[in-house]
Ligand binder design. Sequence first.
Ligand SMILES: Cc1ncc(COP(=O)(O)O)c(C=O)c1O
Length: 372
Amino acid sequence: MHVPFVDLKTQYQGIRDEINAEIQEVLESCAFILGPKVEKFEEEFSRLHGADFCLATSSGTDSLHLALMALKVGAGDEVLVPVNTFFATAEAVSLTGARPVFVDCEPRYYNIDTSLIEASITPRTKGIIAVHLYGQPADLDPIMEIAERHSLWVIEDAAQAHCAEYRNRRVGSIGMIGCFSFYPGKNLGAYGEAGAVITNSEDLYGIMRKIRDHGSSEKYHHELIGHNYRMEGIQGAVLSVKLRYIEQWTEQRRKNASLYSKLLSGIEGIVTPEEMESVRHVYHLYVVQVSRRRELQDFLNSNGISTGLHYPIPLHLQGAYRHLGYEKGSFRTAEAQMDRILSLPMYPELSPSMIQYVAEKIREFYTGDYEV
Ligand SMILES: Cc1ncc(COP(=O)(O)O)c(C=O)c1O
């Protein structure tokens, strides 16, 4: 059996007619940048996440940069970032000229360790980026409480957490600005690069709207230095179609995760994901911790099962951040996990028999005779 890591083709085949019709309309109207399809998507996406405002953008990375620009982050500022996130979270901070200050993750849920945040705050700290890693919300209550006490803002990096919930509230609109990615493999994926920001602040919405379009709200009148962070019309059209399915797809991801966890329980050497109390984990990734990872990956690969690593190198050990002066040993939890984490195939179209096959092969690796 072949179990790919993601399967965008099968998803497209299921919604092909709706997608093709919507794309055709964009082609006929020639509304290639922003336009009515993008506006419709913005309205629908803000409603889905319980936010007052949404701006569709050109990527998740651009959304983060846009949010930081709107909050006037710049040289001399510091922003707290979990050390085990995707590079773009910190990269966006660096693009403003500010310095990312890394914070270790906690061992059970992989999100920022809230007990370590205060020790990282200095007079230069402007805010915290809370990442909802793998689709599980970060523990926002203590994060918001610390931020308020120190007059900091919170940006939510919800690139992996569409429709995730923290204490019955959708993520993204709990902090000051929520940033989403619609990279094709994400839970809500475009057919190219795309992203969005959501907020309840009308002021920030107005500023971000200008920054997204070269600092202007009227053609050729530029009030601010901005960027080109506009969404393409085709992406808005594709995303609006996919929004009709997102709740059903999210539930399917949760069911798939629960079947994996049931079938993998009791295998020595495997730690399955844990859900925090009062959250809705949306399983962008199903990440286990394993022993003998390299060998297991090779074994699964030789049996037609693709796996991933999210992420193999924590940010403080990345070449691009050598100048920040962190050393190996600075972030014990992230470093202990980096050689043990393994992402198994996860998407709504994954069938129970595929999950069974993956679990069987893992069991066979740890208990049976096999040859790589
Ligand atoms: C946590 C996180 N932040 C930011 C991004 C950047 O999003 P994009 O690839 O759309 O720029 C990603 C996407 O991979 C991500 O997973």
